[in-house]
Every structure is written in C-alpha cells, then in structure tokens.
Design a protein. Structure first.
Length: 409
C-alpha cells in the first residue's frame, strides 16, 4: 500500500551577482501584509497612483518548514542497469544541431531551432471562460505562477513545435521580466499594468515585446465570453512578423539544462503530486504506460483544445523562490483602493526544490546565477541533475502558503 509523503518546499533565497551584465537583480521588497481575495481576477491595465496602498511590513515571510519524516522511511529506488542506448546530455556540445536544447528531443526539421523562442502569456482563470486552453501540450516549458492573490497564470515557452493557434492570451506580470531574458525569448502578451509596462520598457527586454497590434494576434469573436478572454495568436505568424522586423534569430543560451533518458539513482517513488494555490488545486498523476505525468486541476482533467488530449509532462518541477508584493505597482483597484499589488517572484540565485520524472521524485537545487541564465538543477553532490527528455512544467509556489505541496508514493 502506498504511503503519503508531505514534501514542503524550503526555499533558500540567495541574491547572486549577474556576471556580464550592467543591471543588478531587483532588490528585496516587503512581503504582503494580507492575502487578496481568492476569486478576484479582473485586472486594471493602468496604475492609479492616487489609490491607497496596503501597508507593507519589513520582514520576509518565513519559508515553509520540512514536515517530519514518515514512520517508515521511504524506499530509495535502486538504479536500473544502464541501457546501451541511453542518452545523457549535459554540456552544450552534447546537443547535436538537430536536438532541442530546451527538451533534449531530436527535431524532424532542425531549421525550427533557428528561430527564437516565444514566451506566451496564457490565462488560467476564471476556468469557465478560459478552459480548455489551446497549445499547452505544444510548449517546451510551462511556468505556472501566482498572478495576484491566489489566481494563477501560465507563461509558455514555445520553441520546438508550431501549433496552429495558442491562447487565450492575457497580460504579463513581473515574472515576465525574467523569463524572456532567461530563454532569449520574445514576449507574446495582451498588455500590462502601467507599472509593469514601465519596468519592461526600461529593461533589456524592451525590444523583445510583441504587442497585441503586431502580426499573429486575433480575436475569436466568441460573444459568450468577456472580451479579455478572446485574444489568441498564431505562432507561425508571430515568428513571421519577428522575421520581417529583424527580431527573429537563434537563441543565445548562457547555460544549459541537462537531460537524460535513464532515471537517475536515489529517486523515491512518486506517482502523484498536488499543489494547492487556494484558488486552484493542481494535481499530477503518473501514467506508467506513457512515462508521463497527467494534469488535473479543480477535480477535472485538463485538456488541450488543439489535440483533445489530457495535458501531460515528462518532468514536473516544484520550487518556491521568494514571492513578495511590490508596493509601487497596483494590479487591481476597487473603489479607489488598491486591493492587489503585483507579485515579484524572485527567480534568481538558488534554492531547494523537487523534480518528478519517471514515477520518482528527486531533491534538487535550482540555479539561476546570471540574468540570462536558464533554470538549471544540481543533485546533492553538486552535479548537474538531468531532466527526462521531453517537456517540463514548473510549479512556482508562493512562500506565504503553508503546506501547499503533497507528494504520494
């Protein structure tokens, strides 16, 4: 009979210098004083400077603590004999010209790797209007994060595949100042609050913004949904627009995440994981037949509207970089009072987390030391930890949540 392990992500926040760049990482901001209403999703597109701002404290929220170990230690799975056909990709030179550096997969058409990745902002709430989303299974990486309050939103990294359409597309957040820099991506989004937009225009990604009046975007015309949930994009047309403007180029990755076809040693059985964001409850269940994790949320299978298949991932990464609210940027105003500040997710430095792959869970340290470094992982010995070849979902867990992550053997 399986046992339950409660694995609470402990984040060691470290501010690392970004080598080779003029700009230093943002400074620490005070944490939220109170949580915002869970079901709130409407977002103002401008910042009202006269709105009263919630008071902020001067201390960080305490990181989650580790739960006590189970009465019976979780078995460590013995490594299986190495397959002579196994693949291990660690250094950039291990990747042949036809192998995708974001998934480790071999591309039938290597020319697609000559274009730059797209970081596409996808809505996740309200579920009634936005699900099923289009294109989730086509992404190389998906980052799920808190937008404000307890509502989550996705940033998809699209590189190796070319779905017909993708959406619904919504507005960007402060995390989207980081992800395009990490993956040399162009940002596809519907807009921002004035404060976030000003930060972007003053940053090194200002030339990487693909605004909603540029080629590739369209409205579905669906009258049954609010207007803000009807914006989609055709990625091929977005890439064509970037090409026409001289902004489409092969990405320059400063670091390389490792991939391996064989499960590493020292894994623990993990057939189920959940993350409780409060407004949405995310579940991942291991499917031995496909060696992938299948996604559910709020007691329903999450389906990709393009292929009709349940959303799945070869890797599920769960990390908890510090989340703090920026008191200078308001995302939502009610009756002249700011009720939702923008959330800064400090995905730089390093911290602890877990990776689920091959039906097992592994303790890892995540790293991003330079501004243009992609997310990488090391094991307990400090060696590169390989992801399974394929796509990756990253669950960014707010540090103010208590006991939000559960992993079952």
């Amino acid at each position: 009979m399986s046992k339950k392990l409660l694995i609470l992500i402990t984040c060691m926040w470290a501010l690392a210098a970004c080598g080779g760049q003029e700009e230093t990482p943002p400074t620490l901001i005070a944490p939220p004083a109170t949580a915002v209403a869970e079901n709130s999703e409407t977002t103002t597109e401008t910042t009202v400077t006269t709105a009263a701002q919630p008071a902020a404290t001067n201390t960080l929220p305490p990181p989650p603590t580790l739960a006590p170990p189970p009465a019976t230690p979780t078995p460590i799975l013995a490594p299986t004999p190495a397959d002579p056909e196994s693949i291990l990709l660690v250094e950039p030179e291990d990747f042949a010209p036809d192998r995708n550096p974001l998934t480790g997969e071999v591309m039938a058409d290597p020319s697609v790797l000559e274009r730059r990745p797209l970081a596409i902002k996808i809505s996740n709430a309200p579920a009634f209007y936005v699900r099923p989303q289009s294109g989730l299974n086509s992404a190389d990486w998906v980052f799920e994060h808190t937008a404000e309050g307890a509502v989550t939103r996705f940033t998809l990294l699209l590189y190796g595949q070319s779905p017909e359409t993708i959406g619904p597309i919504r507005s960007a957040r402060l995390i989207d100042l980081e992800l395009p820099a990490m993956y040399d991506a162009a940002l596809v989004y519907s807009g921002t609050s004035a404060g976030v937009g000003n930060r972007m225009l003053q940053s090194d990604i200002a030339d990487d913004l693909v605004r909603s009046n540029e080629p590739g975007y369209y409205r579905t015309g669906d009258q049954s949904k609010p207007f803000e949930h009807t914006l989609y994009a055709r990625p091929d047309e977005v890439w064509a627009g970037l090409e026409a403007g001289g902004r489409n180029h092969p990405p320059n990755f400063d670091t390389q995440v490792a991939f391996g076809s064989e499960a590493p040693a020292n894994g623990r059985p993990a057939t189920y994981a959940s993350v409780n964001y409060r407004s949405t409850f995310v579940e991942w269940t291991y499917d031995p037949a496909t060696n992938r994790y299948l996604r559910r949320a709020d007691n329903e299978d999450i389906i990709d509207a393009l292929d009709g298949e349940q959303v799945s991932a070869a890797n599920v990464v769960i990390i908890a970089p510090f989340h703090v609210e920026d008191p200078t940027i308001c995302e939502q105003i009610n009756n002249g009072v700011c009720t939702a500040l923008t959330v800064q997710i400090q995905i730089w430095g390093s911290g602890q987390g877990v990776v689920l792959r091959d039906g097992q869970v592994y303790d890892v340290t995540w790293h991003r030391d330079g501004r243009h470094d992609m997310l990488t992982f090391t094991d307990a010995n400090g060696d590169p930890f390989p992801l399974q070849i394929g796509n990756t979902w990253v669950q960014l867990v707010p540090t103010w949540l208590r006991d939000p992550v559960e992993i079952t053997e």
